[in-house]
Design a protein. Structure first.
Length: 161
């Protein structure tokens, strides 16, 4: 009846269940390994996987995506972390949603709005596309200027496993 194989269907159900549970103000969690412990912060390496990365057929379709990311997280002085220690990195769903809006939704809206306005003014398509991309530069400059404020707003929590 279903075109998905059983392992894929099960993984999709588990993902949907965890997303539903996280929508209640819970957290998004990633496993990581501490790579550096400093006085003020710790560096944690996480393995970010797309849904394809866990698929048993990932070698056949070349769509799998696993990337290693390094996060620098403010250190809680009450917790003692060691290098190579396994930890969980957590962020609330609300913060994650706000980060997605800032990183993807706002730039997309700027790009499309500028493009549609320029095309309605009968500006050449290629030039319209270039100007639309250039319109993102001020947005990302503003984001980079607000880096300290954003670091305070988007806080990761680290807990030992």
């Amino acid at each position: 009846m279903s075109s998905f194989s059983s392992p894929i269907r099960d993984k999709m159900r588990n993902l949907a269940r965890s997303m539903k549970n996280n929508m209640n103000g819970e957290t998004i969690m990633h496993e990581g390994v501490v790579t550096r412990v400093g006085e003020e912060d710790i560096e944690v390496k996480i393995l970010s996987k797309s849904a394809c990365a866990a698929c048993h057929a990932k070698g056949a379709c070349n769509l799998s995506d696993m990337t290693e990311k390094t996060l620098v997280v403010p250190r809680n002085k009450a917790q003692d972390f060691q290098s190579m220690q396994k930890v969980n990195i957590k962020m609330t769903m609300k913060q994650a949603g706000q980060a997605v809006v800032l990183a993807y939704v706002v730039p997309f809206c700027i790009l499309v709005t500028v493009l549609l306005v320029l095309l309605s003014l009968h500006v050449d398509e290629g030039l319209s596309a270039l100007i639309s991309l250039a319109a993102l530069i001020p947005y990302y400059l503003i984001l980079s200027k607000c880096r300290k404020h954003l670091k305070k707003k988007f806080r990761y929590e680290v807990e030992a496993m």
